[in-house]
Design a protein around this ligand. Structure first.
Ligand code: UT7
Length: 325
């Protein structure tokens, strides 16, 4: 049995409809909701986001990202024995988006399931896939973050609707004789569930409660800044590494100010931080694999380099993961 799991390919996909802040502000103004490019850029760093067409689901975005990751890894879909999709915007109540995507990919028979940890979902999913590979439960996994957050946004609430976008990112994770994923540190505290949630649910053929995203932005911001630093340090300690060993910080892309704060606390220069929030907005579980693939394809992040991934999200969930590419 091989001792490690290693990323051998990355892929990502953005739906074609791109809205700049000015485009979104104009659409919102028509509904009587006031915002501006200036406010959004200053408070978040976001300049544009992509929205999927109404008939496009998370599995469709994830499928495109998965195909590109498989191609980069030189792996056939039929060789995949594990698919984990991190999403908070699944295609259906059930089956899982992972099963739907597995069928679209033609990768029948392996294990497939979704992980629901909101914006921390990809870090959770990658950590689970790593554990399954290390125990021999899987040998070639697809780990995907895919979201259509535009479906759950309240476009009358300017404090949230300008922040999020749609997209997907994927990695192929394979059993390997060389490292790989080095360590991870996952946490949750359900007592903060109310600060970031979509409180509605389906019952008796109807949606009960509010099916749109609610967020206390300042409460999330304050928690995020403290928890991310701790999770990053725990992860480094578990791997016997220090922040100076990190070549790239690949953070969840929610707000440039949170990323700057984490980098500052770890004494990492912003040159070592992968930033795509300006072009993607917050794509929740998709944001880290989207950022990773963007950096890999741009030739910035290279094989052999040490990457620190970290995220916070609804739940409240948070975590970090250290890997050698
Ligand atoms: O992915 C999960 C993790 N999520 C996050 O990490 C989000 C964390 N939170 C944040 O990123 C920030 O808290 C926000 C970007 C959501 C908000 O930034 P802020 O600096 O905390 O702004 P604020 O909520 O204190 O609002 C400041 C002002 C308010 O006006 P008053 O009360 O000072 O008059 C808001 O009404 O900005 C106003 N405002 C807006 N103005 C124009 C809020 N949203 C907008 C908007 N356009 N879209």
């Amino acid at each position: 049995m091989k001792l490690y799991s290693r990323i051998t390919g990355t892929g990502s996909y953005l739906p074609p409809r791109r809205l700049t802040n000015a485009d979104l502000a104009a659409e919102l103004a028509a509904k009587g909701v006031e915002t501006s490019d200036e406010w959004i850029v200053e408070r978040t760093g976001i300049r544009a986001r992509h929205f999927a067409a109404p008939d496009v689901c998370s599995s469709d975005l994830g499928l495109e990202a998965a195909r590109l990751a498989l191609q980069a890894a030189g792996v056939q879909a039929t060789d995949i024995d594990l698919i984990i999709v991190a999403t908070s915007t699944p295609d259906m109540v059930f089956p899982s988006t992972a099963c739907i995507l597995q069928n679209k990919l033609g990768a029948h028979g392996g294990a497939a399931f979704d992980v629901q940890a909101v914006c921390s979902g990809f870090v959770y999913a990658l950590s689970i896939a790593d554990a399954m590979i290390k125990t021999g439960a899987a040998t070639k996994a697809l780990v995907i973050g895919a979201e259509v957050f535009s479906r759950i946004l309240d476009f009358t609430d300017r404090t949230t609707c300008v922040l999020f976008g749609d997209g997907a990112g994927a990695v192929v994770l394979e059993a390997s004789d060389t490292p790989g994923i080095l360590a991870s540190d996952l946490h949750a505290d359900g007592k903060h569930a109310g600060i970031l949630c979509v409180p509605g649910h389906v019952s008796g053929g109807q949606v009960l409660g509010d099916p749109l995203l609610k967020m206390d932005g300042q409460a999330v911001f304050k928690l995020a800044v403290g928890l991310l630093d701790t999770a990053a340090r725990n992860t480094l300690a578990k791997a016997g590494k220090v922040a100076a060993d990190v070549d790239w910080l690949v953070p969840h892309q929610a707000n440039i100010r949170i990323m700057q704060s984490t980098a500052r606390k770890l004494k990492l220069s912003m040159d070592k931080v992968i930033v795509t929030v300006d072009q993607h907005g917050n794509t929740s579980a998709a944001s880290i694999p989207l950022a990773l693939d963007t950096a890999v394809r741009a030739g910035r992040v290279k094989p052999g380099e040490m990457l620190l991934l970290e995220a916070v999200g609804g739940g409240f969930t948070w975590g970090a993961l250290l890997l050698q590419l």
